[in-house]
Ligand binder design. Structure first.
Ligand SMILES: NC(=O)c1ccc[n+]([C@@H]2O[C@H](COP(=O)([O-])OP(=O)(O)OC[C@H]3O[C@@H](n4cnc5c(N)ncnc54)[C@H](O)[C@@H]3O)[C@@H](O)[C@H]2O)c1
Ligand SMILES: O=C(O)[C@H](O)COP(=O)(O)O
Length: 414
């Protein structure tokens, strides 16, 4: 019988962008030895070369997994985004090749919320400017434009994991919290949802953005929205660099329309720590500029390393796709003494019946079958008795609309 399941030692895992060591440890403890662990992201051409023989890739927010990169990734089975955002991955390009993508939706939530809260307090007191002056030998002792957080209104745009966590922390300090979201959501504590972005902007002393990078959020805060903010308000963006237009923001800060800003993400970010950071916001003392480190704490990175590597290991060993961001979600039991066939195909009528016909024609006994679909792909998992020939797998590959097939052997029968 042909063995199509790969030995773990042959499964290549490529980890970029200094993914935490906890991920490497996890993979090794699960029996995966062929791990390449690089500290940086790679440019497209270099990535195309590296990804050719990789079965799994782990990235953070900087690595762009484009159609061209997936085209070269002939052996790729799964992608792990060791972060929250997945906008750097062409999810459709992955899906149409039967490649499952996972992320860590919650592991750095707290880190971002804490940073934003700290920035809000610092900016309400004008600390960045006073700090800069003191470093230059100046002495800006004044209460002008300095405010307590207590009783001020914090407006949160995007009330998801981070927005809601921030809401709880901010209320405990005495902020009144309002939020705007495209979905109707129950507020934490006494936080209240408002009907429009415009209303939120007009009522908030501090505005903090926590939306994902979507067509609908691209440049959602520009000249008009900044003009709609209260005079002397503060803007914080630790979401994505595509959400805020930087030129009008710089103008509003210079004109004194806004009292300050904290920006962690930018339309163009340096590719590495060696590259110069360029921005119209540079040199503005009441603007806190941070190099996309909202989620960069050791605690978050360690947890993310564990969480995402576990998802990839479970998918590799067992086929489970729970929490995948692009794949139909299937939670699978173990499959002792059986072979597990994973069949990923376009979600069109008739594929399942073709698969079952192949199994029946090859007299393959099915002990379990699981099917889940999304609007684009179908994912069928079939546990079968071990006795079947290579022609059966070949016939399964020939089923119309097949995107990918994998065979998993359980520990007992590999
Ligand atoms: N700076 C960093 O290091 C860092 C770290 C983690 C996450 N992030 C970014 O923060 C984003 C938010 O993270 P999260 O975990 O809270 O995500 P989430 O998906 O839990 O929440 C996003 C919220 O935004 C809402 N939303 C979507 N479109 C909207 C729109 N047009 N207007 C208003 N609300 C809208 C959604 O309904 C959802 O409630 C991530 O997508 C990521 O890009 C940045
Ligand atoms: O999406 C995220 O989680 C953040 O943008 C953090 O990305 P990073 O892992 O590249 O710091």
């Amino acid at each position: 019988m042909a063995k199509t399941s790969l030995d773990k030692s042959k499964i290549k895992i490529l980890l970029l962008e200094g993914v935490h060591q906890s991920a490497v440890d996890n993979f090794q403890n699960a029996g995966y030895e062929n791990i390449e662990h690089l500290p940086t992201s790679l440019e497209e051409e270099a990535l195309i070369e590296k990804i050719r023989d990789a079965h799994f890739i782990g990235i953070r927010s900087r690595t762009q997994l484009t159609e061209r990169v997936f085209e070269a990734a002939e052996k790729l089975v799964g992608v792990g985004c060791f972060c929250i955002g997945t906008n750097q991955v062409d999810l459709n390009a992955a899906l149409k090749r039967g490649i499952a993508v996972f992320n860590a939706p919650y592991s750095n939530t707290r880190s971002v919320a804490e940073l934003v809260l700290a920035e809000a307090i610092m900016l309400l007191r004008g600390i960045p400017e006073k700090n800069a002056r003191a470093h230059q030998g100046g002495w800006l002792k004044s209460a002008k434009n300095s405010h307590e957080a207590r009783g001020k209104t914090l407006g949160i745009v995007g009330y998801g994991s981070i927005g809601a966590q921030l809401s709880v922390l901010a209320e405990s300090l005495g902020f009144n919290v309002i939020y705007y979201d495209v979905i109707t959501k129950l507020g934490m504590g006494n936080a209240n949802q408002v009907a429009s972005l415009e209303e939120l902007l007009g009522r908030s002393d501090v505005v903090s953005l926590h939306v994902p990078d979507l067509a609908s959020t691209r440049w959602m805060v520009g000249e008009k929205e900044i003009a709609a903010m209260k005079p002397g308000a503060i803007l914080i963006n630790a979401s994505r660099g595509s959400v805020v237009e930087i030129e009008p923001l710089a103008k509003a800060i210079k004109a004194g329309k806004l009292n300050g800003a904290a920006i962690d993400v930018f339309p163009v970010e340096p590719k590495g720590n060696e590259e110069t950071f360029e921005s119209p916001l540079r040199g503005l003392e009441n603007v806190i500029l941070t190099p996309h480190i909202g989620g960069s704490t050791l605690e978050a990175q360690e947890n993310i390393g564990i969480e995402v590597s576990e998802k990839l290991i479970t998918y590799s060993d067992n086929g489970t796709t729970v929490t995948s961001v692009n794949f139909p979600e299937v939670a699978l039991p173990s499959h002792p003494d059986k072979h597990r066939l994973l069949h990923i195909h376009d979600n069109v009528p008739g594929v399942l019946s073709q698969i079952n016909r192949v199994l029946s024609e090859n007299e393959i006994n099915i002990s379990g079958q699981y099917l889940q679909t999304n609007d684009k792909v179908g994912y069928v998992v079939i546990d079968v008795d071990k006795a079947y020939g290579p022609q059966a797998l070949e016939a399964l590959k020939q089923v119309d609309h097949t995107l990918k097939i994998r065979v998993l052997y359980s520990a007992q029968n590999s």
